[in-house]
Design a binder for this molecule. Structure first.
Ligand code: GAP
Length: 536
């Protein structure tokens, strides 16, 4: 997969702060780990993503309806769904510095320590595809998958890899693979294997103390709160860790209040909360985030067909909005990776600068969720088919995406540095956010070339027309026009309109296109139509 430059994340984070896409939450008090705020440009970008998703999956279809459920639900929901007992990650504490890590992610820290950034060096130099097969027979499935997912490139002769994972079975205490050069795979089993991580010389990634990591213990990721005045166990409630359960809990309501027949879907966009042990990679893993989820209900016999449909449709959605298909991939889960209730699952992954990571999952969840809720609530969740006279609990295909992850992927993809001539024709480096026009927070910026001769008045008129047409617009008359262009390039504005001397003669303006830098002259009163036509 082609990668963006190594320092992209740093530059992107700086731009997002400087231009008002994303701020650290409660920054004036030093921030709070795992929480982010979207500024004036970011909120528009995120809204556009959600609106396009909603239009595509709800409004443009006749087999889908929307829903907006409460964040706090009856705690019995989370018992039935399995979250109360099963929604946890293994956690390791450092007794010395009190840092906390996900035990199953610890090996990344070790790798990072060894090879620099997260496995990147490995991905470039650890082993050859052919060798992978040779190596793979020694590896447990989890590690094999990881190696394949990282797309290992040609072998460098002295690859030393130290991996640590709780997912490795006991027998993989140490593997030396014979072969060309000196390739040593030292695989150390962590929790779940024979030995716990603290029995190995694995230093705390933070304070480097060689023997301070605790035994792993399960940590439930749901945020707890109390409903009402009493703070006792009867008042405990949870902030939802996914929007999906609100859909399942309302499945019967929707069926009873609409004339929908199978197959049909229910879509929801909303906040979800997870008390992640290590929030990381900017907004990628946050503690508060938004999901856009579909539960698509169908007959069991049609589940494979609809799974294949949504798997592809959701992949194409990201491509159509500008994510390069060679930076995206669909990764099918292997059978031993599937949740016990799932029949199939594929992750849509994107090559972020910090590694290839999940944007969205598409799963065939069978009739598990509705059956669980039927059993726990005593309510009938069956569907009666008038034609076949069959009564059954439908299967569910679930495409579940993260709004914040999609936003981050679009931002990473859009970030670009190129050269553009300034107003004197001299080449200048510019930073430009090449967002798909539909996603761009500001669609059109309007400038008078100079602040005199009636140009500001004409420019303001055009700006007002754009606003009246609900085009997100920006008016700017300050400073050299080249600078104004560059500010809009950084904001990702696809069109800049300039009112100049010629406008006063013939009522035409120039429209400059952000990516090609092409300038066309059109009638001043045709700006709104031009922009609207070019947004698709
Ligand atoms: N209902 C299924 C479900 O919630 P998930 O894979 O846990 O599945 C779905 O989450 C999507 O939600 C992920 O693909 C990701 O885009 C987003 N997501 C999950 N945890 C997140 C987090 N901590 N921060 C940001 N986005 C997250």
């Amino acid at each position: 997969m082609p990668e963006k430059s190594d320092d992209l994340m740093e530059k992107l984070v700086a731009l997002c702060k400087r231009r008002g896409f994303i701020f650290q939450s409660s920054e004036i008090y030093g921030g709070i780990n795992g929480f982010w705020d979207y500024g004036p440009l970011g909120v528009e970008l995120k809204r556009n993503i959600k609106q396009i998703w909603w239009d595509d999956v709800v409004r443009k279809r006749d087999d889908m309806v929307g829903l907006d459920c409460s964040i706090i639900m009856n705690p019995k929901v989370w018992e039935a769904s399995g979250h109360t007992t099963g929604f946890s990650d293994p956690m390791v504490d450092c007794r010395a510095c009190k840092a906390r890590y996900r035990a199953d992610k610890l090996y990344w820290w070790v790798l990072q320590d060894r090879v620099g950034r997260e496995g990147k060096l490995l991905a470039k130099g650890a082993f050859e595809a052919d060798d992978l097969e040779q190596v793979a027979e020694f590896l447990p499935p989890e590690l094999k998958r990881w190696a394949r997912a990282e797309n290992f490139a040609p072998l460098k002769k002295t690859a030393q890899v130290l991996l640590l994972s709780d997912m490795l079975p006991a027998r993989t205490a140490r593997i030396d693979v014979a072969g060309e050069g000196n390739q040593t795979f030292c695989v150390i089993a962590g929790p779940g294997g024979t030995e716990a991580p603290h029995s190995h010389p694995i230093p705390c990634p933070s304070c480097k103390n060689p023997d301070s990591l605790s035994e792993p213990r399960q940590f439930n990721l749901m945020f707890k709160t109390f409903v009402g005045a009493m703070e006792d166990s009867s008042a405990v409630a949870y902030l939802r860790p996914e929007t999906a359960q609100g859909i399942f809990a309302n499945y019967k309501n929707v069926l009873d209040t609409t004339r929908l027949k199978l197959p049909f879907g229910i879509a929801q966009i909303g906040k979800a909360f997870r008390n992640e042990i290590n929030p990381r990679n900017y907004t990628f893993r946050s503690r508060e985030f938004e999901q856009m989820e579909i539960e698509f209900f169908c007959h069991k016999d049609e589940a494979d067909k609809w799974y294949a449909y949504w798997r592809q449709a959701r992949f194409d959605w990201y491509v159509n909005l500008g994510l390069r298909s060679d930076r995206l991939r669909l990764r099918d889960h292997e059978p031993d990776e599937l949740a016990h209730y799932a029949r199939a699952c594929a992750d849509i992954e994107y090559a972020f600068p910090f590694g290839v990571s999940e944007l969205e999952g598409v799963a065939n969840r069978t009739d598990f969720d509705l059956t669980q809720h039927q059993n726990a609530s005593g309510r009938d969740m069956t569907y009666f088919d008038d034609e076949t006279k069959e009564r059954f609990i439908p299967y569910v295909i679930e495409p579940s995406g993260g709004v914040d992850r999609a936003t981050l992927a679009f931002l990473c993809e859009a970030y670009c540095e190129d050269t553009a001539p300034d107003e004197h024709g001299k080449p200048q480096t510019r930073t430009v956010m090449k967002l798909h026009p539909k996603l761009a927070p500001i669609k059109v910026a309007v400038f008078p070339l100079v602040k005199k001769e009636g140009m500001p008045e004409i420019a303001r008129g055009i700006y007002e027309d754009c606003k009246a047409a609900a085009l997100a617009s920006f008016y700017d008359e300050k400073g050299a026009v080249g600078r104004r262009y560059r500010r809009q390039d950084e904001a990702g504005t696809p069109f800049c309109v300039t009112v100049d001397g010629q406008t006063l003669q013939d009522q035409t303006v120039t429209i400059r296109e952000r990516d090609s830098l092409k300038q066309v002259r059109i009638a001043a009163d045709g700006v709104v139509q031009y922009v609207q036509e070019h947004l698709a």
